[in-house]
Ligand binder design. Structure first.
Ligand code: C2O
Ligand code: CU
Ligand code: CU
Length: 461
């Protein structure tokens, strides 16, 4: 295990990142920093002594690279699709123009096998985000297409290093090969769980960190199904941001509940002594599992968590609650159970779920009707009502929203793009409809999304 230096961490610590970001220089856009991603089939070792066949990545030769952008600076990402099927890339949590959001037919045509597409945008917010396909989404994500995306603040908060953690499962048999990616009876309930937990495509990896240093752990749960609670054991660690937005008051890194699509930034004070190992624990229903180890290395540099700067709030508009319109969205069973329409972005062949009694009919050319139309610039309270006995991480593209209240529990007033709606819960969230376009609105348990629990909101002038 190599010692990770600050520089390597800032670079993303792997050769694939260098290869991916050293892509084509864009001469006609001197201001945009250029990146490239190649959607590729590959075989890769996840379990010891076996090679998993039929994986997919955003790089030809290893796990998806960590993308690093700067807040307020233009980027261009050239995506080449070397899969033998269509795809499209979505930047989860980024509030960017609709045409760059990467949703088939709603915002662009699918990128056919062998074709390319250039995404260009300027990230307005800093924090930990991620990226993934939005076409044949269950299969492509399950096979590996989920990557971490970081937008750095212009000012350095004072960490010694930065460590992205791409947390997800794979559904592998004992021989290391994929087993059925989902089961219909599970898709109609909580979703089909993976069998192997990984961090950065490794099973329980070890990370060597400078003793006594301050490390920014960037947890990104990119799994298709699993809702989990995470805990840092063996060190002082504080959650400083959730879903890219700084917490008003940092919280100890204990029992951090994260559902598919959610992120947490944790400030870790590495212990002083090499024998004091730190663990990242995933707490599941009936057991606990250590999914990563962090080892203090060298002589302590003796940093203190209080030396860190507070993160600045992102420029998300503040809802005007006195002039808000309330809109209700009911998440329930699918009334008819018809099969979804055929699509080049695939279907799972079933319809189990609905929003406002309408099941998403599949990723088809349309024209499609929005669930609701919001007026540009106006504040809305979305009343999210879960009629089902399952939990649903509800995700909205293009705008961030603030959690207001729940009929079941006390909520931290987070600003987020993905909120876990518990079974039978009604939650109010507020947003300013400041970004025009058609924005996907769906459950981030991908089997639920792909069997009806999806739709979109239209924001227009
Ligand atoms: Cu993270 Cu519509 O997706
Ligand atoms: Cu998204
Ligand atoms: Cu769901």
């Amino acid at each position: 295990m190599s010692h990770i230096t600050r520089r390597e961490l800032l670079l993303g610590s792997s050769a694939t990142v260098l290869a991916a970001t050293a892509g084509a220089f864009i001469a006609d856009r001197a201001l945009a920093s250029a990146h490239s991603l190649t959607l590729s089939p590959l075989d890769h070792s996840i379990l010891p002594d076996t090679v998993t066949r039929g994986m997919m990545s955003f790089a030809a030769d290893g796990p998806p690279p960590v993308l690093r952008f700067k807040q307020g600076e233009a980027v261009a990402i050239d995506v080449a699709n070397k899969l033998d099927e269509a795809s499209v890339v979505h930047w989860h949590g980024l509030r960017i123009p609709n045409g760059m959001d990467g949703v088939p037919y709603l915002t662009q045509y699918p990128i056919e096998a062998g074709e390319r597409f250039r995404y260009e945008f300027t990230p307005p917010d800093a924090g930990t985000f991620w990226y993934h396909p939005h076409c044949n989404t269950l299969e492509q994500m399950a096979r590996g297409l989920t990557g971490v995306l970081i937008v750095e603040e212009p000012e350095d908060p004072g960490f010694d290093s930065d460590l992205p953690l791409n947390i997800r499962d794979f559904r592998l048999g004992g021989d290391g090969q994929f087993i059925s990616l989902f089961k219909a009876r599970s898709a109609a309930r909580g979703g089909t769980l993976g069998t192997v937990s990984t961090v950065n495509w490794k099973v329980a990896p070890d990370f060597d960190l400078q003793a006594g240093s301050l490390v920014r752990l960037r947890l990104a749960v990119t799994d298709v199904t699993r809702v989990g609670r995470y805990e840092i054991e063996g060190a002082d660690a504080m959650v400083i941001a959730v879903d890219s937005n700084p917490l008003p008051v940092p919280m100890p890194a204990r029992e951090i509940e994260l559902s598919p699509g959610q992120r947490a930034d944790v400030a870790l004070r590495v212990p002083d002594n090499e024998e004091d190992a730190v663990r990242l624990v995933l707490k599941r229903k009936f057991d606990e599992r250590v999914i990563a180890h962090f080892r203090p290395i060298g002589v302590s540099v003796n940093r203190d968590l209080r030396e860190l700067q507070r993160l600045r709030a992102n420029p998300v508009p503040v809802p005007d609650l006195n002039n808000a319109e309330v809109m209700e969205f009911v998440f329930g069973w699918s009334p008819e159970g018809d099969a979804p329409q055929a699509s080049i972005c695939g279907t799972l062949g079933y319809t189990f779920w609905s929003i406002n009694r309408k099941a998403w009919q599949g990723d088809v050319p349309g024209p499609l009707d929005p669930l609701a139309t919001l007026k540009l610039g106006k504040t809305y309270v979305l009343r999210l009502r879960n009629e089902t006995p399952n939990d649903h991480p509800i995700h909205l593209h293009g705008v961030s929203f603030q959690l207001l209240r729940s009929n079941k529990r006390k909520l931290v007033p987070l600003v987020t793009d993905t909120a876990l709606l518990q079974s039978q819960e009604t939650m109010d969230v507020a947003l300013v409809a400041d970004n025009p376009g058609d924005w996907a609105f769906h459950c981030h348990v991908i089997e639920h999304q792909k069997t009806g629990l999806a739709g979109f909101l239209r924001i227009e002038d």
